[in-house]
Design a protein around this ligand. Structure first.
Ligand SMILES: [Zn+2]
Length: 430
């Protein structure tokens, strides 16, 4: 039977940003798409005691589109366990791929049916291969949109050592390119290598990046009297270089993502016309206005921010709320991988803590996620439930409007009309 129907009593309509009653959703397991969404009249026609074979009763649950994490790294595990440099330097490629397989399964069971995976972190184009393995049904996991290697300028994003005798011996973190023509080629290389999105660093910590873990975090453990800001973020590409990244990617209808921790970097990336900006720790109202004008999506990565910018969190949360109030488009992406895959919902919880209504947060983690993948440019529709969208559906045990922990209580997961979790238990993952 290729068709089956899910029956719900409370369903989140992501387009209308509201919960609606007594809706049933029919899906086609051959195509992976939704074929029909209809309202029942349970008061007039009582709900049948026995359902047709294959139908699933989700009444009493809180049903919604599968979640989209708009900023992840499948090859990273929590920085609490090992710094990024240690992972890149010390773990074998085999270990990192096996970890990624585990991360993908965990993410799917947490209700995340799509990952926008923003950089393979020294794993070259292996993210595109994992994407394809999932799409071919070899392993369970979210639908991946990948960046492969991230573009940065020379010296901008790389692991370094103070031992310069042997030259570079640490794995390259990015595709280092300089100058407009080299960048044109690099974008073409990325697209040919399987990138669904092009990511670049607009700014990064450029100076003291030696002695891990100083490469990732702005402190120097072994310096006696470090300056107040030992390793500030500075812009790494010129405006012309950023403009080239965007215009070249446009030829391949490929969305562009910019890592921006400074206002200067963010403004240049927005002017270049990127699709989304990530982190976004330096903001002004003028910047938010420009983002609206240029339809740039903000992915505030609150999940990682609370780990490494703990003291700045009140400001970062206030900035996120301000962006939302001003009408800036938000998507939910935690920089997941730098903290545990499976804890993805932390990003939504922090948006709620920032004071953004839960309905808007759920919409940012579904429709907003789809838009961050490029919207129709990505070749599929997901993030809301209507005919011809992907049948990506999750159900929570409790009401997220009332229970702060509801987003972690995922009872049911369907992706592409295939059930991966039922009654809180993983199924089909032998
Ligand atoms: Zn990231």
């Amino acid at each position: 039977m290729p068709q089956l129907t899910l029956h719900t009593s409370t369903l989140f309509d992501a387009k209308q940003k509201k919960f609606v009653k007594d809706i049933s959703v029919t899906v086609d397991t051959d195509t992976g798409l939704i074929t029909k969404v209809y309202a029942r009249k349970d008061t007039k026609t009582p709900f049948p005691e026995t359902l047709p074979e294959g139908d699933i009763d989700l009444r009493g649950k809180y049903v919604m589109p599968g979640f989209v994490d708009a900023h992840t790294h499948i090859f990273l595990h929590s920085y609490d366990e090992a710094s990024a440099v240690q992972q890149k330097r010390d773990e074998s490629m085999t270990e990192r791929i096996i970890r990624a397989v585990n991360h993908c399964r965990t993410a799917l069971l947490a209700g995340y049916t799509t990952y926008r995976d923003l950089g393979s972190e020294s794993m070259q184009e292996a993210d595109a291969n994992v994407r394809d393995a999932i799409a071919r049904g070899l392993i369970p996991g979210p639908r991946l949109f990948v960046a492969t290697r991230v573009l940065a300028s020379s010296g901008a994003y790389e692991s370094r050592t103070e031992n310069s005798m042997g030259g570079h011996c640490l794995p390259a973190g990015a595709d280092a390119v300089d100058g407009v023509e080299e960048i044109r080629k690099a974008v073409r290389r990325r697209i040919a290598a399987g990138a669904d999105v092009i990511k670049f660093f607009a700014d990064y910590r450029r100076r003291i990046m030696r002695s891990p873990p100083a490469q990732q975090h702005p402190y120097i453990p072994s310096v006696l009297n470090p300056p107040k800001e030992p390793n500030p973020d500075y812009v790494v590409f010129s405006q012309e270089e950023m403009d080239m990244i965007v215009s070249e990617a446009k030829l391949a209808r490929c969305p562009v993502v910019a890592h921006c921790c400074t206002l200067e970097g963010a403004m240049a990336a927005i002017k270049a016309g990127v699709h989304t900006i990530e982190h976004v720790y330096g903001v002004t109202d003028e910047m938010f206005e420009l983002m609206k004008e240029k339809n740039v999506i903000m992915v505030p990565t609150l999940g990682i921010a609370e780990k490494i910018h703990t003291a700045r969190m009140p400001t970062i949360l206030a900035n996120t709320k301000r962006a939302h109030e001003m009408g800036v488009r938000l998507a939910c992406g935690g920089d997941t991988g730098t903290f545990r895959h499976g804890d993805n919902a932390r990003e939504m919880e922090l948006m709620v803590e920032a004071g953004i209504p839960i309905e808007d947060v759920l919409e940012a983690c579904s429709v907003g996620g789809w838009e961050s993948c490029g919207g129709d440019l990505c070749g599929r529709r997901f993030g809301w439930l209507e005919e011809a969208t992907q049948a990506d559906i999750v159900a929570l045990n409790t009401d997220p409007r009332e229970d702060k922990g509801a987003l972690r209580k995922v009872d049911f997961v369907m992706k592409d009309a295939k059930v991966w979790k039922l009654d809180g238990q993983a199924i089909g993952m032998i």
